[in-house]
Write a protein that binds this ligand. Structure first.
Ligand SMILES: [Zn+2]
Length: 337
């Protein structure tokens, strides 16, 4: 979600701190899915056999692990200080020293900042072709993030003691990072199919949406989707004009993503609780509503600032309130072009 020059570390901490304090109601009854392995470092939820996710607002973008035989897939790498813990957990959740494949859903730092400590150790790594130069441009920011990692772990409540050790290792190694370490080595166009063990994984890019490089990760035989930040479940979405976003294109991408679902599909959003296809429908409704309301404000002669001060019923009760004005402003600019 976060990778914008005007969004400082302080505003990030405020954002995540407030969001973490919210009580979010999962749209999907987790029940039997909430089984966390005692030996893992981070709070994984097993969604179905071999498929695990972290959907915790304080730990960056939602991450997925798919373990099948000798293969393990990691989707997104959160922040640098969590990277080595992600790798250790990915191997724990699979059968041991597995062959690791990495996919980034898009370039934003809360989904890619762990890359530098994972890409060099992955047998394969993928991102959309537009994501690669954007990730490379984040090198200095990723180094700084890694160097601040141990302090960040120190502020976490109930963190596994192993996490501090792994964050310190990433901080020590951060100076030597290069663009070749942080950017995935294989680029994706519109579609790519890979396999993890016997599990088929389809990677789809449906055009500009949340960014110009969104990838949806679909496991058709397991009926699981990771949407990246195309879906913010029960949260205001993050709009990033510098990242090539398009509100109208975002809706198109979501409608294509929705076609991959049936009533049983497990949907892992970029942020917020694990959901189902209703969380995609809700994101489409949000985007259609904000476009309609902002267009109405423009038509009635309201300024951008006046429009940003407005709120509408479809926004009620959503987390990430701090980025509501940003969302309205970005749509205002897009519709005023
Ligand atoms: Zn994002």
């Amino acid at each position: 979600m976060l990778d914008h020059p005007t969004l400082t570390r302080r505003s990030f901490l405020v954002l995540t701190g407030t969001a973490a304090a919210l009580t979010l109601v999962p749209t999907r009854a987790l029940g039997a899915m909430t089984r966390v392995r005692a030996s893992t470092i981070l709070p994984w939820t097993e969604l179905s056999e071999g498929i695990h996710a972290i959907a915790d607002l304080s730990l960056g973008g939602n991450t997925m692990v798919v373990a099948d035989g000798p293969g393990v897939l990691l989707v997104d790498t959160k922040f640098a200080h969590l990277a080595y813990a992600l790798v250790a957990d990915a191997h724990t959740l699979s059968s041991g020293e597995s062959s690791l494949t990495l996919v980034n859903t898009h370039h934003h730092g809360d989904h890619t900042s762990g890359n530098g400590f994972i890409v060099p150790n992955a047998s394969k790594s993928y991102a959309h072709k537009n994501a690669i130069p954007r990730i490379e441009a984040q090198l200095d920011r990723m180094k700084l993030g890694a160097q601040g990692g141990p302090a960040q772990v120190g502020r976490m409540k109930d963190a596994d003691p192993r996490l501090l050790e792994l964050a310190a290792k990433a901080a020590d190694e951060s100076d030597a990072l290069t663009t070749n370490d942080i950017a995935p080595h294989s680029s994706i166009g519109s579609n790519e199919t890979i396999t993890i063990g016997a599990t088929k994984v389809e990677l789809h890019h449906f055009g500009a949406g949340h960014t110009d490089n969104d990838v949806v990760v679909h496991l058709p035989d397991r009926n699981v989707l990771h949407t990246g930040d195309l879906v913010f479940n029960t949260l205001h979405p993050f709009f990033d004009p510098e990242g090539g976003y398009s509100a109208k294109g975002w809706i198109v991408s979501l409608k294509h993503t929705r076609e991959l679902c049936d009533s049983d599909t497990i949907v892992i959003p970029g942020h917020g609780p694990i959901g189902d296809r209703a969380s995609i429908d809700a994101q489409i409704r949000y985007l259609e509503s904000i476009i309609d309301e902002v267009q109405r404000a423009i038509d009635s002669g309201k300024s951008k600032e006046e429009t940003q001060a407005m709120s509408w019923g479809f926004m009620d009760g959503l987390g990430f309130e701090q980025i509501r004005e940003r969302a309205i402003g970005a749509v205002y600019d897009e519709l005023s072009k």
